[in-house]
Structures are given as structure tokens and as C-alpha cells.
Design a protein around this ligand. Structure first.
Ligand code: ATP
Length: 244
């Protein structure tokens, strides 16, 4: 039996007078990996910020584990097990890997949270690099670090904002593998991506948004065959290789 973990129901959101989201809805069952894809500026980050509570929707509701979290702050949603990894990676360049992780430890704990040693077991590359500064890490290692830092807190839902952005194809595959591993361990994931190939290689279902509105919802198989959606809203042409 599938159990709904998150439901975003008809939310509107704005920055001041700029209305960004209009009637955006999505739902995620526990254990799923779901993607939210769309072009640059479509409203993907704004949707994540609304779920986390950095931004409060002006209409609609957000329900998590059956409770209304629409008006909760980011501190309150973190305490409920929603971890957000923003697009800009937020690695402290002058701090070591160890210190960067300890910054995450400040919000650590809760059911299912990983300890530092469990994080290093999970990401041996970070253990090797633990004395290196954030600035010395590659883009892929930085992404690994921010995901690892999120997992130091109770993580029932992990929100990843464009984790593959700016990474070389080989490193994109490494990041996808990390997402698969985390998912296999039972964490529910909402993945925001502009890289639709990456999204299709790891997520079970997909929501496409454009100009702040839902335009499509489907499984990977359905999206793969939805040529018009791929071309019109995701800029993926017919000859494009959709395998990764
Ligand atoms: P990207 O891939 O660029 O991150 P996105 O789909 O995540 O795209 P959003 O970041 O949600 O898009 O932005 C949606 C719209 O909101 C864009 O038009 C953007 O210019 C606008 N926007 C984003 N942040 C702000 C802000 N702080 N103030 C005003 N407008 C904003």
C-alpha cells in the first residue's frame, strides 16, 4: 500500500508583487523518487522554497505526513524531517570537509539521522578528503558534501535542487548513483532538474512545470514518449539521446 508523504495542493507563491507560482500541485508517496523538471525560471526552486517554508504560499496547502505545514518556517520543516539541498551548494570554502559537515551537525539528530562516522562510511571519498578545504573539492565532491550534510539531520524527505548542474557527464552519473543509494535506503526524494535525462534515469515519476504552472505529469516511460512536452517545455529535441 502506498502512503502519501507530501501533497502540494494548488499553491500560489510570489516574491513581493511578482506572482511566480499559480495553482501548482504535486504529490509524493513515501519511498518514491519524483522529479520536478522545467526550463530555467519555470518556478522549480520557488516550489521547493515554498515546501521548506522559506516562502509562504499565498493560496493552496502543503501537507506532510498528513499534517498541514503550509505556514511552517524552514526551522520547523527541518525538525519534521524535510531536508533541503539548495542549488548553490553552500560549501564553506575555507572550512575543511570535516568542519563543513560539523556545520550540518548543528541541526543534526532525530529519527534516522546519520552520525558523522556513518556519513563517512556512506561517502568514503569524503573521509579521504576530510582535512581538505571546501575550495579544494571538485564540483561532484561538493555536491556529495552538501547531500551528506543534509543526511546528518532526520531525513524523511530530501529536496535536491539541480544537484547535477555544472557537472561533467561522468560526475553526473556519480551523483545519480548517490541519489539511488539514498533512495534504496528508504529516503523519499523530490529532485528538481533542468537535466531531464538525469531526472529520467533516477526518478519514478515526473512533474513538468512552465511559467509557474503544472503542464504535465507522468511516469518515466510516459515522459520518454511525450515528444511534444519534451520539445516544448524541456527543450529536448527528437534526436537527443535520452539514455544516460
Ligand atoms: P532555475 O533553473 O533558474 O533555478 P527555476 O525553475 O528554479 O529556475 P525559480 O528560481 O523558481 O525558477 O524562479 C522562477 C521565477 O521567479 C523567475 O522568473 C525568477 O526570475 C523569479 N525569482 C526568483 N527568485 C526571485 C526573487 N528573490 N525575487 C523576485 N523574483 C524572483
Amino acid at each position: 500500500m502506498s502512503e502519501e508523504l507530501l501533497r502540494v495542493d494548488g499553491i500560489d507563491a510570489a516574491y513581493g508583487q511578482s506572482k511566480i507560482l499559480q495553482d501548482v500541485s504535486l504529490s509524493i508517496d513515501r519511498g518514491e523518487v519524483v522529479s520536478l523538471v522545467g526550463r530555467n525560471g519555470a518556478g522549480k526552486t520557488t516550489t521547493l522554497r515554498s515546501i521548506v517554508g522559506i516562502l509562504t504560499p499565498s493560496a493552496g496547502t502543503i501537507t506532510f505526513e498528513g499534517e498541514d505545514i503550509t505556514a511552517l518556517s524552514d526551522y520547523e520543516t527541518v525538525a519534521r524531517g524535510i531536508q533541503y539541498v539548495p542549488e548553490d551548494r553552500q560549501v564553506f570554502p575555507d572550512l575543511t570537509v570535516d568542519e563543513n559537515l560539523r556545520m550540518g551537525e548543528l541541526k543534526s539528530g532525530g529519527a534516522g539521522a546519520l552520525s558523522m562516522s556513518e556519513v563517512f562510511d556512506r561517502f568514503p571519498r569524503l573521509r579521504e578528503r576530510r582535512s581538505n578545504s571546501g575550495a579544494q573539492l571538485s564540483g561532484g565532491e561538493q555536491q556529495m558534501l552538501v547531500i551528506a550534510r543534509a543526511l546528518l539531520g532526520q531525513t524523511d524527505l530530501l529536496l535536491l535542487d539541480e544537484p547535477t548542474e555544472g557537472l561533467a557527464p561522468q560526475i553526473v552519473e556519480d551523483v545519480i548513483e548517490i541519489i539511488e543509494t539514498i533512495s534504496d535506503e528508504g529516503v523519499t526524494i523530490l529532485l528538481v532538474e533542468q537535466n531531464v535525462q538525469a531526472a529520467m534515469s533516477v526518478a519514478d515519476r515526473h512533474y513538468v512545470i512552465n511559467k509557474g504552472q503544472n503542464v504535465y505529469e507522468g511516469t518515466t516511460e510516459e515522459l520518454r514518449n511525450a515528444d511534444e512536452i519534451l520539445e516544448q517545455h524541456l527543450g529536448v529535441g527528437g534526436e537527443m539521446d535520452l539514455s544516460i
